[in-house]
Design a protein around this ligand. Structure first.
Ligand code: LLP
Length: 461
């Protein structure tokens, strides 16, 4: 790779503009907030995770592969549990779900949020205690609701009047009394560093607070008396760094809680403030630790309840990304390196948008590092791209990599635990990579690599 002088940047630097990417002092350094906690550079500068050298893992399991630092994942579960002590932490399985992860989060004392029959099936097949499962979704089918009732899931988060009617009929038939939360659209939308507290009711999820539908939903459930209304639920967005959005949403949802109390004489005992806690994808991201968020959220709930003379409800949260995102990095092998003069180097790896669609879909920013060795070569501006037949097949839009990156090198992209494997596709008939959990020097496959036979298995004729 020829050096496009670091610092003298040309071309499009993506959504964050040219200012954010700084020439690194040392391309080999590992910024702690980007990497799972057991990752180090050891022998000859190669990365190790859970005590295993990535070169050995690549030789044994192939690339691309998602490498899960099990110790890191467990530590994040514990951090959240400790931060929300005495409250419930639902891991949002949409971020990444497989049986091994279900077992890990169950062992660590977390609850689990599922949002489809498929996720529910994985959870149940791994032995997740059903009473610790919360079932989400804006269009749960009769079959899905039936399965949830038969399994005895702990909470169903109802999302529409149709669902209330459907669930009420099913519960009546079965003579059961499922515990439900009403999902409220509070008019707050938060993403990354910003939140907007008006006019974000134009979306498919939940019952509108401002329009009165949320109150009506609660009233209908109370009137019917078939479902057990435990509380209200609000989820305001994802990759949130600023707790103010949670504060506004807690305030609004508690005001509804007080309205229900005043109108119906019922104090709902629970409150779920959803997920969305941000993680670091690049050196620019500086997420707050779980206990800081917990402190702020609890403080606002306590003071609002005091002002409204409400008993403080039992709180729950639903982090997905913040639990599993930073615990995983993707290991790729470099196949080609192409200099596009005066712009940047294109480093092609053996995966791409099929194992990480987030860059193409959300214009997400990621980082990368040379994983199979350290390098003393100068940093050059590079773009890490995949092997798909599409020019938008970008994994990392902009990163400084050593100028001597070459075919055969291993590259690692951190922060890929959430919404990468779970949103992976078979575009171009590329088999989806495995997930390998590494801990205390031992590696195990928790999701195997797809094969060509898997790809052909669905073809009929
Ligand atoms: N609770 C509810 C009701 C949710 O809808 C979500 C995410 C979560 C919890 C977990 O949010 P988290 O803590 O993971 O941010 N595919 C997108 C993210 C979609 C999130 C959908 N709902 C991405 O790759 O960024």
């Amino acid at each position: 790779m020829r050096a496009h002088e670091a610092g003298a940047l040309h071309g499009d630097l993506g959504s964050r503009g040219p200012g954010w990417l700084r020439t690194p002092d040392d391309v080999n350094s590992l910024l702690p907030q980007l990497w799972p906690r057991t990752v180090t550079r050891a022998d000859a500068g190669a990365l190790t995770v859970g005590g295993r050298d990535v070169r050995d893992l690549a030789a044994e399991y192939g690339t691309p592969a998602y490498l899960l630092d099990e110790e890191d994942l467990r530590a994040r579960c514990r951090d959240f549990r400790a931060a929300f002590a005495g409250q419930d932490v639902y891991y949002a399985g949409k971020a990444f779900l497989c049986r091994a992860v279900v077992r890990i989060i169950a062992e660590e004392g977390l609850h689990l949020d599922v949002c489809t029959g498929g996720e529910l099936a994985v959870a149940l097949s791994a032995g997740m205690p059903p009473e610790r499962i919360g079932f989400h979704g804006n269009n749960k089918s009769v079959a899905e609701l039936t399965r949830a009732l038969d399994a005895g899931v702990g909470r169903i988060i109802v999302d529409s009047f149709d669902e209330i009617d459907r669930l009420t009929a099913l519960a009546r038939d079965r003579q059961v009394r499922p515990k439900v939360l009403v999902r409220v659209t509070v008019g707050v939308e938060a993403h990354t560093h910003e939140f907007i507290a008006t006019a974000h009711e134009d979306q498919k999820f939940g019952f509108s607070l401002a329009g009165g539908a949320a109150f009506e939903a609660a009233a209908r459930i109370l009137d019917e008396g078939v479902l057990e209304l435990r509380g209200l639920h609000s989820h305001i967005g994802s990759q949130i760094f600023d707790a103010s959005g949670f504060e506004v949403s807690a305030r609004r949802v508690l005001a509804l809680q007080a309205q229900i109390r005043d109108a119906r004489g019922v104090e709902l005992p629970e409150l779920d403030l959803g997920g969305g806690f941000g993680i670091a994808y690049t050196t620019q991201d500086d997420p707050a630790p779980a206990h800081d968020l917990a402190k702020r959220m609890n403080k606002i709930v306590d003071s609002e309840c005091e002002a409204l003379r409400l008993a403080v409800p039992h709180l729950s949260v639903e982090p997905g990304r913040a639990i599993v995102g930073p615990a995983v990095f993707t290991l790729y092998q470099v196949g080609t390196v192409k200099d596009v003069d005066g712009i940047r180097s294109y480093v092609s790896v053996d995966g791409g948008m099929s194992d990480n669609i987030r860059t193409a879909l959300y214009d997400a920013s990621y980082s990368a590092t040379l994983a199979s060795r350290a390098s003393a070569a100068p940093p050059v501006l590079a773009r890490v791209v995949g092997k798909h037949c599409e020019s938008g097949d970008i994994v990392v839009k902009d990163e400084f990599l050593p100028a001597d990156v070459q075919p055969g090198d291993l590259l690692a992209v951190p922060g890929t635990g959430a919404y990468c494997r779970s949103m992976a596709s078979n575009y171009n008939h590329v088999p989806r990579p495995p997930v390998i959990a590494v801990r205390d020097g031992a590696a195990r496959v928790i999701v195997r690599r797809e094969t060509e036979d898997d790809l052909l298995a669905l073809d009929v004729g």
